[in-house]
Design a protein around this ligand. Structure first.
Ligand SMILES: *Cc1c(COP(=O)(O)O)cnc(C)c1O
Length: 395
């Protein structure tokens, strides 16, 4: 059966129908506990507790089956699912670092990851983190010291859509014995395969495109058999940020349509990005799929497609006009997450203004008129028309 075609693997990998009365939808093991016939049977299970279900904080069959499917679509030797993207990210970072170590990451890394590295782990274990621009691989080389244990990447970044050259950064890391993790949430395992480019671990917020329906929060770590097993018996079990069986069951359903959803997100995002780029009320569009993106060549080299989250800037600093645009959107709903079936809009200035006066925006390269949209699965013509009518309110 094993096929190299993604859609076929999604339909069949990890689904042992013969053991489940031929059920076309695998059963949900909504169990905390699994029992054994004998002393010897439980003794044997303890010797390989990643494989044998004993207690669902370690292994659960529903979760295992979806992990196999996830690894298969990512071209990864192994995968482990977590209760959230942040559970996966914190487990994988803690797996790599110890007290007093040094980490290099990108300035625009996902906010909670930035807090985890730059604040929480600094306070808890004296971890030192250097934040670099990261668009030049040399940024990592220059920042590395003999205490550097980890380069933590996010490409493209979900805040500003800048990329890191994953193969080049992985080479620099290998030469120095430094480990690498990339947050691959934006591209999904369909459009970017970091492990093939030499990255050690790939982490995801499954809450975005992989879940895809805005009905679950989950995370994933993918990497070598050895790394994932080691994370499974240490951080997964000890910190307990586990994947719930029901969420894994929902995720399995989501994954069946992942390639079709991503094709549609990509096509609609392209149509929306080109419309925005041609509109006089917009000064800038940030989407790696556009030829005008400063790293478009690298984007094409290391990704095979582009997802539906993008940024753009309204060509005005008039907060009333900006709010009018934001509030006038009818199909784009106002909310912070992304990657679901529904189109969303968020204005980062809502967060910035809580900490900074607008006079300081310029020096940080941000604008009052910055918008972030997640292009969903609605008709792309309707989405463009919605943006057009909202842009007309700016005047
Ligand atoms: C949402 C997100 C996360 C965190 O994932 P949760 O599932 O919300 O914990 C991490 N990285 C990126 C890029 C994200 O967008």
């Amino acid at each position: 059966m094993p096929s190299d075609r993604l859609e076929t693997r999604l339909a069949h990998v990890g689904e042992d129908r013969a053991s489940h009365s031929g059920a076309v939808v695998p059963p949900l093991y909504q169990n905390s506990l699994f029992t054994f016939e004998s002393w010897d049977a439980i003794d044997q299970a303890f010797d390989d507790r990643v494989r044998y279900p004993i207690y669902s904080r370690g292994t659960n069959p529903t979760v295992r089956a979806v992990e196999e499917k996830m690894a298969s679509i990512a071209g990864a030797p192994a995968a482990r699912l977590f209760g959230s993207g942040m559970a996966a990210i914190s487990a994988s970072i803690l797996h790599e670092v110890g007290p007093g170590d040094h980490v290099v990451t990108v300035r625009n890394v996902y906010g909670p990851t930035q807090n985890l590295l730059g604040r929480y782990l600094r306070e808890k274990m004296n971890l030192e983190t250097t934040f670099v621009d990261g668009s030049d691989p040399e940024d990592f080389e220059r920042a590395a010291t003999d205490r550097t244990r980890l380069f933590y990447l996010e490409s493209p970044s979900s805040a500003v859509f800048s990329l890191q050259d994953l193969a080049a950064v992985a080479r620099i890391a290998r030469d120095r014995g430094i480990r690498t993790i990339v947050d691959n949430t934006w591209a999904t395992p369909l459009f970017q395969k970091p492990l093939e480019l030499g990255i050690d671990l790939e982490v995801h917020s499954v809450s975005k495109y992989l879940g895809g329906h805005s009905d679950l929060v989950a995370g994933a770590v993918m990497g070598s058999e050895g790394d994932v097993r080691s994370i499974a018996v240490r951080e997964y079990e000890l910190l307990g940020g586990i994947m719930a069986p029901f969420n894994a069951w929902l995720l399995q359903r989501s994954l069946r349509t992942l390639p079709m959803r991503m094709e549609r997100h990509q096509a609609s995002a392209g149509a929306v990005a080109r419309f925005l780029e041609s509109h006089p009320a917009i000064s800038r569009v940030r989407w790696p799929g556009l030829a005008s993106h400063p790293q478009h060549t690298l984007a094409r080299r290391q990704m095979t497609g582009f997802s539906g989250l993008m940024g753009f800037t309204l060509a005005t600093d008039d907060l009333r006009a900006i709010k009018r645009f934001f509030d006038s959107l009818r199909l784009f709903q106002r909310g912070v997450s992304w990657g679901g079936h529904e189109s969303l809009v968020y204005a980062p200035a809502i967060s910035y203004l809580k900490e900074l006066p607008p006079e300081r925006f310029d020096e940080l390269g941000i604008s009052l008129g910055d918008m972030r949209i997640s292009v969903g699965l609605e008709d792309p013509g309707d989405l463009v028309a919605d943006l057009e009518q909202a842009l007309a309110t700016i005047g």
